[in-house]
Design a protein around this ligand. Sequence first.
Ligand SMILES: Cc1cc2nc3c(=O)[nH]c(=O)nc-3n(C[C@H](O)[C@H](O)[C@H](O)COP(=O)(O)OP(=O)(O)OC[C@H]3O[C@@H](n4cnc5c(N)ncnc54)[C@H](O)[C@@H]3O)c2cc1C
Length: 414
Amino acid sequence: MSANDVVIVGAGLAGAKTAEALRAGGYGGGIVLVGEERHLPYERPALSKEGLIDGPVGEKVQVHPEGWYAEHDVDLITDCPVTDVDVRAHRVSLTGSASLRYESLVLTTGAAPRRLRVEGSDLGGVHHLRTVEDSTALYAALAGAPRTVVIGGGWIGLEVAAAARSRGAEVTVLEQAPVPMERVLGTRMADVLLRAHRDRGVDVRGGVEVRALLPQGHGRVAAVLLGDGTVLAADVVVVGIGAQPRTELAQRSGLEVSNGIVVDAGLRSSAPDVYAAGDTANAWHPTLGRHLRVEHWDNALHQPETVAASILGVDAPYDRLPYFFSDQYDLGLEYTGWVDPTVAHDVVVRGDEASGRFMAFWLRDGRVAAGMGVNEWGQMDAVQDLIRSGSLVDLSLLADPDVPLPDLDASVRT
Ligand SMILES: Cc1cc2nc3c(=O)[nH]c(=O)nc-3n(C[C@H](O)[C@H](O)[C@H](O)COP(=O)(O)OP(=O)(O)OC[C@H]3O[C@@H](n4cnc5c(N)ncnc54)[C@H](O)[C@@H]3O)c2cc1C
C-alpha cells in the first residue's frame, strides 16, 4: 500500500460511496474497502418493500456493478469482518491474521437490528430484517399467507406489515406506544398511517407488551404471549423494534461513542485520521445545532462526500437536512427535517388527507421544522428551503395547495 492509504471498514452504502467520493475528489492513493457480508455493497430499502412482495432483490440493489471497484482501483474485500482497530498504530486487524495499516480510516459499519429480550426470541420462524439473506428468508416465509405478527410499529415494521398483507397474510402489528409512529409524526399523521393499515385489514394494537414467544414442536414459534395474558397464534413473527449502531470496534479502540460514533461536522471522530459516516455516525449538525444520528438512506448516500472532503483537506461540513422515504401499499411518503419528539409542534395540512395525496408540516413557534409529502412528489427541496429560512410562515398560505411552496418565501416574516 502507498503512504496515504484509506481503509474503509463496512462495505455498505456509506462505505462504497466513500470510495466513490474519494476518487471523484481526485484522491490517488490506495483505497481498501472491507466488509463482512458476502455481497458487493448494496442498498437496503428494497429489502422491506419489493423484496418481500416480488421476491429476492438480486443485483439491482448493488451500489456499483462488480467491475466498478477494479476500474476505480478500489480493493474490495468481502466476507471478512474487521476484528480490531489500533488507532495509535494506525492499523486494523482482519479475520485471520492479516492486518492493514492506514493513513485515514473510515468506519461505515452501519447498524444492527435490536433483539427482543424475551423468552422464545430465538425460535424458528422469528425474523429480523437487515440483510439480503434476512429479506430472502422472510419472503419465503410469507408464502402461503401465514399468520404474521410484526413486533414494532416503526417504519420497517409497518412496511413489512404492508408487504405481508399484500401477499394475503393475516397480519397483526404490536406496538409498545399507544399508537405506532405517534412519537415521530404526532397524533394526526400517525393516525393516517394507522387508518391505512386498519382499512386494509391489519390488526394494529398499541400499548402492548410482548411477554414471550411460545413454541410448538421442532423449536418453531407458535404464538405470541402478551403482557395482559392474550395469546396470539403466529406462524411468522417479525421483530422490528429499531436498530443499534455498530460501534463495537470504535468502542474497543477508545473512540468517543455515545449513541453512535461521535463525530464533528466534518465527520472526524475523537481519534486523529479516523472518520465515521452513515447509520453508525452521531454527527454534529451545524444547522440543527446538535448531534444527530440518522438511519436513512439519504444520509448514508451523502455523508461520504464530506468524509472524502475532510480526508482531502477541504472543509465541507455535513449539513443536509434529514430526508427519508417509505412505501406502504399505495402510499409513497417523503419526509424531511427534524422534529424534537419531546417538544410539541403544530401540524398544518396542505391538501385533503382523505384523498391520499397531501402534505403535512410540523411547525414550532410559527417556523417550519419538517414536512412530509404523501403521494406528493418533488416538493422536498422547497420544504428544506422553508426550514432553512427559519422564517415565520403564513399558515393559511402554507395550507393552500394553490400557493406554490417557493412563493411562501416571499410572504414570510423574519
Ligand atoms: C430493511 C430496511 C429498509 C430500509 N428502508 C429505508 C427506506 O425506505 N428509506 C430510507 O431512507 N432508509 C431506509 N433504510 C435505512 C438505510 O438502508 C440505511 O440508512 C443505510 O443502509 C445505512 O447505510 P450504512 O452504509 O451506514 O450501513 P449498512 O448498509 O448497514 O452497511 C454497513 C456494513 O458494514 C458491515 N460491517 C459492520 N461491522 C463490520 C466489521 N467489523 N467488519 C466488516 N464489516 C462490518 C455490515 O455488515 C454492513 O454490510 C432501510 C434499512 C433497512 C434495514
